[in-house]
Design a protein around this ligand. Structure first.
Ligand code: UTP
Length: 406
């Protein structure tokens, strides 16, 4: 891309400040900046102007509850094990986030929660998966999504730890795409005079990034039918859970999401429900008072089960929806940037917006989605914050409660 073209694009999107330092850059830096501008999809900025509010008809759906799961456990588990043994399941670990709330320097998965020994988040996730590998006597392909910000570090961390005992041939890394971050006025931040501030584009693009990285061919050739996708921060979650997979199959659902009973009606989690008859996750701020207090026929809260970012999707439908335009979410975040005086600032409070697509929006494209209840204390220990709720300390306490030595 030449200067003129870059100028025209930036002018169109009212972002000419990006070229403010252009004249002072070396030829090499100028070239890099123009290349960066060439690669960026500036149309994400239009989301800031988008005020369309589509009509929503939100209805609660009943979860498959723990007592029912327990009753049918043998059947579900056997079905899940057979599918895994047949090589029908692959895993995708979403590890491209920046973990700004935690404020830890480095990929979140490299965080050590151990006290008397090393116990890294990545290690715990691999160990949970190894339980199923042993149970099924099958190596399950394990894909790890990273971003430009943490790819090399994540990859070398796994290598240095010998993949925590996983078969290296079954671990694959791929990068997600990046988008520019803006201030509250919609102006793109610069990281330094010759570089635009980019951040990972959310966890909703994981399948298209997986395909762009060239993995689809292998997935189809290996006849992988389902993908279990999950977040990096829940250190207790069951991964490749045969009971979950078997329940989705046995109950005839296209997809499934693990859910946990809300601690109270006001808990700030998304709830699996339907919108215009299609699976949908209603955000806590979309729930009206009436919905929040609505009861089902058993007298329980109707919107009672929050999602924990652990889903099963069928490859068949993922391929079908690959080119759909997922909704773009505008998220307030603390974005490190270069200020007017050329100083690099690392804010602790949100100072602008990032644009993200979310994995939870994918379920809207599935015909049906099974809400599968899990036990909070045994399977939900997310590390989101440095202190307080969902922090390293709360996760450590839950690990100890579940028999782990820290
Ligand atoms: P979060 O919503 O917790 O976002 O991600 P985050 O970026 O990690 O953390 P904060 O909000 O800045 O504190 C949920 C899961 O989705 C992954 C994360 O790594 C985590 O596993 N994720 C998030 C991505 O893979 N890519 C992204 O762009 C964002």
């Amino acid at each position: 891309m030449d200067y003129k073209k870059a100028y025209d694009i930036l002018e169109k999107y009212d972002q000419l400040h990006i070229l403010k330092h252009y004249e002072s850059l070396t030829a090499e830096m100028q070239k890099n900046l123009l290349a960066q501008i060439d690669e960026i999809d500036f149309s994400v900025l239009d989301a800031l102007k988008d005020e369309k509010n589509e009509y929503k008809d939100i209805q609660p759906v009943a979860a498959l509850q723990m007592d029912k799961i327990e009753e049918n456990k043998q059947l579900y588990e056997a079905k899940g094990i057979t599918a895994i043994k047949n090589g029908e399941l692959a895993l995708v670990l979403l590890a491209g986030g920046q973990g700004t709330r935690l404020g830890y320097d480095g990929p979140k998965g490299t965080l050590n929660v151990g006290k008397t020994r090393d116990l890294f988040i990545f290690q715990l996730l691999i160990e949970h998966t190894l339980d199923v590998v042993k149970q099924t006597d099958t190596w399950i392909p394990f894909y790890i999504m990273t971003s430009d910000k943490n790819h090399d570090e994540t990859k070398s961390f796994f290598k240095a730890h010998n993949y925590f005992g996983y078969h290296a041939d079954y671990i694959h890394f791929f990068r997600q795409e990046m988008v520019p971050s803006v201030d509250f006025e919609g102006k793109i931040y610069l990281e330094n005079p010759g570089q635009i501030c980019l951040s990972p584009n959310g966890n909703g693009g994981w399948f298209s990034s997986l395909c762009k990285a060239g993995h689809l061919k292998n997935i189809l050739n290996a006849n992988i039918k389902y993908i279990n996708v999950f977040s990096v921060d829940n250190v207790l979650q069951r991964i490749a859970d045969p009971v979950f997979l078997g329940a989705v199959l046995a109950e005839g659902y296209e997809s499934g999401g693990k859910v946990v009973k809300k601690a109270n009606p006001d808990e700030r989690v998304g709830v699996l429900c339907t919108n215009n008859g299609k699976p949908y996750i209603v955000e806590y701020y979309e729930l009206t008072d009436k919905m929040r207090n609505q009861r089902d026929e058993n007298g329980d809260y109707a919107y009672n089960y929050g999602v924990i970012l652990n889903y099963i999707f069928p490859v068949r439908l993922l391929v079908k929806i690959m080119n759909e335009h997922m909704p773009l979410h505008i998220v307030k975040k603390a974005i490190p940037y270069m200020n007017e005086n050329g100083e690099y600032i690392k804010p602790t409070e949100p100072n602008g917006y990032k644009f993200e697509t979310l994995a939870l929006d994918m379920i809207a494209y599935m015909g049906t989605c099974l809400p599968f209840e899990i036990e909070r204390d045994r399977e939900f220990a997310p590390i989101k914050n440095a202190t307080g709720v969902d922090s390293i300390e709360t996760a450590r306490a839950l690990l100890v409660q579940n028999g782990y030595t820290l």
